[in-house]
Design a protein. Structure first.
Length: 99
């Protein structure tokens, strides 16, 4: 009977140790999972920042291109107007004097 009680106590001790080890492993896993989650969030935030910066650079570049094209068109229009100015003045004078 004493031997059965000893075996039962040893079994209970082994079960307790196993439960403690299981708890320790679960806590370690939870800690590791949290660390991995934080690392993933950090990487996602960094990637989002990089994407945003790249998109902003592209947007600014497009704005610069549109402004440059608009400036070129404006300069071409002014040049055309300057070239046609004498022609328009002569036409107007002929219309006025021709009456």
């Amino acid at each position: 009977m004493q031997k059965i009680i000893e075996i039962e106590l040893q079994a209970q001790h082994i079960i307790d140790e196993t439960e403690q080890e299981k708890q320790r492993i679960n806590e370690a896993l939870a800690s590791e999972i949290e660390a991995m989650r934080l690392e993933i969030e950090r990487k996602v935030e960094r990637k989002l920042k990089q994407i945003k910066e790249r998109e902003m650079q592209e947007a600014y570049q497009k704005v610069d291109e549109v402004q440059a094209k608009t400036q070129q068109q404006l300069e071409a229009m002014v040049e055309c107007a300057d070239n046609k100015k004498q022609e328009w003045e002569k036409y107007l004078m002929d219309q006025i004097v021709g009456w």
